[in-house]
Design a protein around this ligand. Structure first.
Ligand SMILES: Nc1ncnc2c1ncn2[C@@H]1O[C@H](COP(=O)(O)OP(=O)(O)OP(=O)(O)O)[C@@H](O)[C@H]1O
Length: 680
């Protein structure tokens, strides 16, 4: 069997990004076609202080890309004895916490490898073998403790490395309502450094679109589970494009070809190989590559139940397994199939009938283990010592970076991030915020309540007070339940973008707050304007404006509570349940339904923003000197009306203060909860 050949050219050379990457080759010590022998491939580590610089000629011919070229700093990634254990969730102790320690499961065991700039490494293994976990660990995104050592040019993972790393996850997290062009443009504006002008950033987007073959669908919306957008392959390419924009030195991809046809898969891998040849370090997990795809890999790591059974040159794999007695059968065509069979504990040369019989046997698990165990032992005996030696030899002295890891953590400034995130949020959520359904809902309720309270006057003071209470409750519920969805819905995107150090949490948070404001304030304004005048409340412009301002204040407070509940629980079902209980308590303790609440529980009204809003609304509607018709022909003081007397309409300053404290407090709580829930 011939070892897989390595192609000498990539399909992307010739395209603009191809030019960019192939030019990198000429300027580096990396070969256009790196030798597949790991031992021959030891190159010195390149650090931040020694970026590969294009020569003068290329600089002038590619002035447009100069900033991007300079930012490329090759990364040698080494991982040694990487192990990871997870605590398993159990059903026990859901009501009463169990004192028993949670069972643990070892997901990765002593995985080692080295990938240099210019190389494309593939991780192979059956489903559940630990590929994604290893990739996530190498991307510095795995929560909890990863044992072993992972270094990038001899350094541990840092925020500067984070910015040089592109990570494409298996689940394509994208905003469904943005077009392909918008998605990439917003990513470019947020990710590319300030020293590039907006035009240059957009130019870079155009290059990536051409490179990834997205020209045809550039103006199509991405789409989501509820409505169709671009195809699965195009989605995947958009995700890769987002990472390619920043010209990452280290590119990690989780199953970039899953669900794609073989031609598209091949094109994607050719692009990745081209990117690698441009001086990047590219690592991908892959499920079942064809032999054609397999030939594009320089190195492979094969995992079986979290244990490595091979780590090294892709071209030497057959030679190695042959040397330990695993020779492919007569129908051998694809090294990847051979490797997957071995990783599954299945002998590759077994005939179809034997396989069926084999799987049907009750003790086939033991048989599988009896194949896996020698493979794991053989790896430790035959491959590991040489690999360890290679890892140690290559770049033994850690490269010192003169910059601190926190310095220059962000590529763009706070204000730029805020502006871009605000624009993106407005575009993405315009369908939601300005949805006809929401407007219809508010208009219907306002007209209906205007008709129900049609021209009420102080002779029906009970009704009027009821209308004011309705204002406070409706505009307590509505924004609260809308706001609850904000953070749980955006969580995957927030985690993805924050993990790559795209923007500050504060700029995202403020952009979200400000972006939601227009519609949050327009709808109650329409409502109050219709209902106030139809309902026959005091015909005074000042009173109307004050009423409107109080309702808007209430909306902002209620929205803040919704955001806080969403951010704390990060789960819509739990948050809506808690919100409905809270609002029910506020409704009952507000002072309208019950006026003789027992003293031991009367304090509840002080934590209810609806209570303060209701009090203020009544306070601006009626003055202490006003009368109302309490009996036929008899007039009483408004302040003596039982509901108002119980409420007490003095101390408006305190009510405003209490609402202001809640306005700030809830939002602060939401921010802190978001910050604590963020990957570090
Ligand atoms: N946090 C966790 N809690 C429990 N089990 C986990 C956790 N993380 C990973 N695992 C388990 O570890 C194993 C490896 O998972 P991983 O996602 O890395 O596999 P994989 O090889 O990428 O699989 P696939 O090819 O199907 O994506 C799986 O059995 C998975 O269930």
């Amino acid at each position: 069997m011939m070892p897989p050949e390595h192609e000498s050219s990539s399909s992307i050379s010739g395209s603009p990004v191809g030019i960019l990457v192939t030019n990198r080759i000429e300027n580096t010590s990396i070969h256009a076609d790196p030798p597949i022998s790991a031992s021959n491939n030891v190159s010195p580590c390149l650090d931040e202080e020694n970026p590969i610089m294009p020569d003068q000629h290329q600089q002038s011919s590619q002035a447009r890309f100069s900033v991007l070229c300079k930012s490329l700093r090759p990364v040698t990634l080494k991982f040694e004895d990487v192990a990871y254990t997870v605590k398993l969730q159990t059903n026990k102790g859901t009501c009463f916490s169990s004192s028993e320690p949670k069972p643990t499961r070892s997901v990765l065991n002593g995985v080692s490898g080295i990938v240099r700039p210019g190389e494309l490494l593939a991780m192979l293994g059956p489903s559940g073998s630990g590929k994604t976990t290893l990739l996530t660990a190498l991307g510095g995104r795995l929560p909890g403790k990863v044992s072993g050592t992972i270094t990038y040019n001899g350094q541990p993972f840092s925020s500067s490395m984070k910015r040089k790393t592109g990570f494409v996850s298996q689940d394509d997290v994208l905003y469904p309502h943005l077009t392909v062009l918008e998605t990439l443009t917003f990513a470019a504006l947020l990710k590319l450094p300030n020293k590039l002008t907006t035009e240059e950033k957009i130019e870079q987007v155009e290059l990536v679109i051409v490179e990834l073959g997205l020209t045809r669908c550039r103006n199509n919306v991405v789409g989501g589970p509820l409505f169709r957008g671009v195809s699965g392959g195009e989605r995947k390419r958009v995700c890769i494009g987002q990472e390619m924009l920043v010209n990452p030195s280290l590119l990690l991809l989780d199953e970039p070809t899953s669900g794609l046809d073989s031609t598209t898969a091949q094109r994607i891998l050719a692009t990745l190989r081209g990117l690698a040849r441009g001086g990047r370090t590219v690592i991908t997990t892959i499920h079942q590559p064809s032999s054609k795809l397999y030939r594009m890999f320089d190195k492979v790591v094969v995992l079986s139940d979290g244990y490595p059974i091979y780590s090294g040159s892709a071209g030497r794999v057959m030679e190695y397994f042959g040397s330990i007695g695993f020779v492919p059968g007569f129908n051998f065509v694809n090294p990847a199939d051979f490797l997957l069979d071995l990783a599954n504990g299945v002998t590759p040369d077994a005939k179809q009938d034997d396989q069926q019989e084999f799987h049907g046997r009750a003790d086939h698990r033991d048989d599988q283990n009896s194949i896996k165990q020698p493979l794991i032992s053989s790896y430790r005996k035959n491959l590991y010592p040489a690999l360890k030696d290679e890892i140690r030899r290559s770049c033994g002295t850690p490269v010192r970076s003169s910059r601190s890891s926190t310095e220059n953590q962000w590529t763009t400034g706070w204000w730029m991030q805020f502006k871009v995130l605000l624009r993106r949020g407005l575009k993405e959520r315009k369908h939601e915020s300005y949805s006809g359904l929401r407007i219809f809902q508010v208009m219907t309720v306002s007209i209906l309540s205007g008709l129900l309270w049609w021209h009420s006057d102080t002779s029906h003071i009970q009704d009027q007070v009821g209308l004011l209470f309705f204002f406070s409750i409706f505009w307590g519920f509505f924004p609260l339940f809308n706001a609850i969805f904000a953070f749980p819905q955006e969580r995957p995107m927030l985690i993805k973008e924050r993990s790559s150090g795209m923007y500050r949490l504060s700029s995202y948070y403020f952009a979200r707050m400000v972006g939601d404001l227009p519609m949050e304030l327009v709808l109650p304004t329409i409502f109050v304007t219709i209902t106030y005048w139809m309902g026959g409340l005091k015909p005074s412009l000042i009173t109307f404006i004050l009423t409107l301002l109080i309702v808007l204040f209430n909306v902002l407070v209620s929205q803040g509570l919704g955001l806080a509940l969403g951010a704390i629980l990060m789960e819509v079902k739990q948050a809506t349940t808690l919100a409905s209980v809270t609002m029910l308590v506020f409704l009952l303790a507000g002072g309208y339904y019950i006026q003789h609440i027992p003293a031991f529980i009367a304090w509840l009204k002080y934590i209810s923003f609806s209570h303060y809003c209701y009090k203020l609304l009544v306070g601006v509607q009626y003055s202490g000197t006003e009368d109302y018709e309490c009996e036929l022909g008899a007039h009483c003081k408004v302040l003596d009306f039982p509901a108002i007397e119980y409420l007490g309409i003095d101390n408006k300053g305190w009510d405003v203060f209490a609402l202001a404290v809640m306005l700030v407090g809830y939002r602060l709580l939401a921010y802190v909860a978001l910050r604590l829930g963020q990957p570090h």
